[in-house]
Design a protein around this ligand. Structure first.
Ligand SMILES: NC(=O)c1ccc[n+]([C@@H]2O[C@H](COP(=O)([O-])OP(=O)(O)OC[C@H]3O[C@@H](n4cnc5c(N)ncnc54)[C@H](O)[C@@H]3O)[C@@H](O)[C@H]2O)c1
Length: 319
């Protein structure tokens, strides 16, 4: 199987590419190495993927996907992960967020249409739910987004649905919930705290620390993505457009994350509470029963175990 991964130099793109390559499939990854965070981190991920013979990489933007990928290349599956993530960042840069995440998604869909790609797996976000009733279910209304990022993901979901309707492309939309683990993005809360503690800075919390998040360990997310690929493969004769929550199914207060970090790192640190932000949902919590029913998705890593693995990973890479 030939898989095209957009955003392959990112946290999730890198992790899923590793898993797919280990399974013996070939991967063409693209990424424009956007400077939202360290481009050298992204470059070193790409370097480490080159140890797999069936990995190819093009340093291009999704906007150039049709012009820059040789015309004979037709993947069996596209995993579309490229995006400008970050809720706070989207408030500062709403135009570029929508441009990349929504208009950029049109480029990927057009590529799929013209090259007759029959399957797409798209990473959406729990942020589309805003402050909906708990737990968040795929059938909930998602009409009150709290940030431009949430708007960009919801719009991209609608484009996915439109291309499925018009051109019959089979599509799975995965709404991911606060992914964490080795190679995490530095702006994501657990990694941010970890880095702040590591550099002797106070941990900054927006609000009183009672916001809750459904944190999902990266390995569970990758398991979910693999189950999604299997589902698309084994139902290819049918028309498929499905949305799945990929979360842990449990929500944890931010203050609890600090406690777990304190006991795992065996050190004290300063915590500073800042004003609450309007763009942050109060609680995120995934109803994962649909993903279990269709995909047998069943996350395994509890938050204490996931943070302990993150701490071990950092000990290992600092050796
Ligand atoms: N990490 C999470 O908790 C989380 C939660 C919900 C949804 N998601 C979604 O999952 C996907 C991956 O997230 P991530 O955490 O790995 O983020 P990431 O920033 O680590 O990865 C995204 C990658 O996309 C690349 N990119 C940005 N603009 C591009 C463009 N125009 N052309 C090509 N590449 C481009 C970036 O350089 C980056 O390497 C994103 O779509 C994100 O919105 C992530």
């Amino acid at each position: 199987m030939k898989v095209l991964i957009t955003g392959v130099a990112g946290f999730i793109g890198f992790s899923v590419a590793q898993r797919i390559l280990r399974m013996g499939f070939s991967v063409l990854g693209i990424d424009n190495l956007d400077p939202y965070y360290s481009t050298s981190t992204k470059q070193s991920r790409i370097q480490s993927l080159f140890k797999f013979k069936s990995f190819q990489f093009l340093p291009i933007s999704i906007f150039d996907i049709s012009n820059s990928i040789p015309s004979h290349f037709r993947p069996d599956l596209i995993i579309h992960l490229a995006a400008l993530p970050g809720i706070a960042h989207s408030l500062a840069h709403p135009g570029s967020c929508l441009q990349t995440n929504t208009v950029g998604t049109v480029s990927v869909l057009e590529f799929a249409r013209v090259r007759k790609v029959s399957k797409i797996l798209f990473s959406s976000s729990s942020s589309v739910y805003g402050n909906s009733n708990l737990p968040f279910s795929e059938s909930d209304s998602t009409i009150i987004p709290l940030s431009p990022y949430a708007v960009s993901k919801k719009s991209a979901e609608m484009l996915m649905s439109n291309y499925h309707h018009l051109y019959g492309i089979n599509i799975l939309i995965f709404r991911l919930f606060s992914v964490y683990g080795p190679e995490s993005r530095p702006d994501l809360v657990i990694q941010k705290f970890f880095n702040q503690i590591h550099t002797g800075k106070p941990c900054l919390i927006y609000g009183d620390g009672n916001l809750e998040r459904d944190f999902t360990f990266i390995d569970d997310v990758i398991d979910g993505l693999m189950k999604g690929i299997h589902y698309l493969e084994s139902n290819s004769s049918q028309r498929i457009l499905e949305i799945f929550n990929i979360g842990s199914g449990k929500s944890v207060p931010i203050n609890k994350i600090l406690e777990i970090l304190k006991s795992g790192l065996k050190r004290n640190f300063e915590v500073r509470y800042l004003e609450k932000r309007e763009e942050d949902a109060r609680i995120t919590l995934a109803d994962i029963s649909k993903a279990y029913k269709f995909l047998e998705y069943s996350p395994k890593v509890e938050i204490e175990e996931g943070i302990s693995r993150l701490i071990d990973y950092h000990k290992y890479i600092e050796l």
